[in-house]
Design a protein around this ligand. Structure first.
Ligand code: NAD
Length: 348
């Protein structure tokens, strides 16, 4: 039997609750489809930061490098600034392993209440390693009236081209329609460059219809007419904002999955629910495990088991459609454990 070697980082808060649920479902799918998962758990987290002064130990990235994939629950804790968890763990992993595509599918499942009445089935492709999330810049004159901060955005031809190619190719395998998020009317250097590259790459994908929308108008349209979108591609910041917005449109942040992909497969990719550590509900067994389970399905697909991944998502959809087992964020009364059992029962 083929066994995949997975690094598991439950992280903080509800990460400890949704990660075991996701791994249990992925392993159950593996038993049906003839593959196994060998899990190695790492305690890298804000908890570790408070104890030892670092989110991960020296050499941590080298330990991850040897695995086939990485699964992350969520990081973040009250008392630890959010930039510590982001720059101490998530961003180093995304950058060291060239996970330049952040893939966030959004679907409104039958049976889920949403602020919109529409069919939603789209994917946000977020550039994941450059753009607005750059460490180039600085602060000067701290504490004086002329105090200032400067932060540079970085858009490279290579970095933008590779994420656009991924998004166009994905659109070609879906409904053949791509929307590029821009703001080239106000941001006059980087985003006109982005737009030019979109036009350039579009010529290589004649089967894909495409257009571009300014980010502000796009946010409004995503709420008013979410069904018209198929693949939306955006820079690091725009993609981040759009995917949380789209997740809320689809009913709950607890449902949304994500993959940080290294499409060349030179390094491991990382899979994680979009939500954070939710300290307000942590430790109570209330967390919705769908985002984590769906992320595990994306991992299983990346490892070459598309059929198993489809079955996991179908099992989630079936439980939601029946409607009797759902977590509180979706208006139900069930806990993490009960929902996970229902998904396992659907899987058979
Ligand atoms: N990738 C990550 O690990 C990640 C992502 C976002 C936020 N964070 C961190 O998480 C901490 C809390 O951040 P936040 O409150 O802004 O975002 P959050 O996603 O943790 O929570 C936002 C709201 O959604 C609810 N929620 C989130 N996930 C849920 C789930 N699975 N089931 C039911 N309800 C759910 C929470 O209870 C909360 O009310 C912060 O430290 C933040 O930095 C981490």
């Amino acid at each position: 039997m083929m066994t995949h070697d997975i690094a598991v980082i439950p992280g903080d808060g509800i990460g400890h609750e949704v990660t075991p649920a996701a791994m249990e479902v992925a392993r159950a799918a593996g038993r049906r489809h003839g593959f196994g998962l060998h899990l190695t758990e790492y305690d890298w987290s804000c908890e570790r930061y408070l104890r030892e002064g670092a989110m991960m130990p020296p050499g941590g990235l080298d330990r991850l490098r040897a695995h086939d994939a990485i699964f992350l629950g969520a990081v973040g804790a009250p008392g630890v600034p959010d930039h510590v968890s982001l720059w101490g763990l998530l961003i180093p992993i995304r950058r060291a392993f060239r996970q330049y595509v952040n893939l966030r599918p959004v679907r409104l499942f039958p049976g889920v209440e949403s602020p919109v009445r529409a069919e939603v089935d789209l994917v946000v492709v977020r550039e994941n390693t450059e753009g607005e999330y750059s460490e180039i810049g600085g602060r000067m004159n701290r504490g004086f009236p002329e105090e200032m901060a400067v932060q540079q955005s970085v858009f490279t031809r290579a970095g933008v081209t590779r994420v656009l190619d991924y998004a166009f190719d994905l659109a070609g395998r879906r409904r053949g329609y791509l929307t590029s998020a821009t703001k080239s009317n106000g941001i006059v250097h980087t985003l006109p460059f982005w737009d030019e590259l979109v036009k350039e790459r579009a010529a290589e994908f004649p089967g894909v219809r495409w257009d571009q929308e300014h980010i502000d108008a796009l946010c409004a349209k995503l709420v008013l007419q979410p069904s018209r979108f198929d693949v939306i591609v955006g820079s690091n910041l725009f993609g981040d904002i759009l995917s949380d917005l789209a997740a809320a449109v689809a009913g709950s942040i607890g449902i949304a999955p994500s993959a940080n992909l290294n499409p060349s497969r030179e390094f491991p990719s990382m899979f994680e629910p979009v939500h954070g550590s939710a300290p307000d509900i942590a430790g109570q067994g209330l967390a919705n495990p769908i985002g984590a389970i769906w992320s595990a399905a994306m991992m299983v697909e990346h490892l070459g088991h598309a059929r198993a991944a489809e079955q996991i998502v179908a099992a989630i959809a079936a439980v939601l459609a029946k409607g009797d087992v759902r977590t509180r964020d979706l208006g139900g009364t069930s806990g993490t454990e009960q929902f996970t059992r229902a998904v396992l029962a659907e899987l058979g």
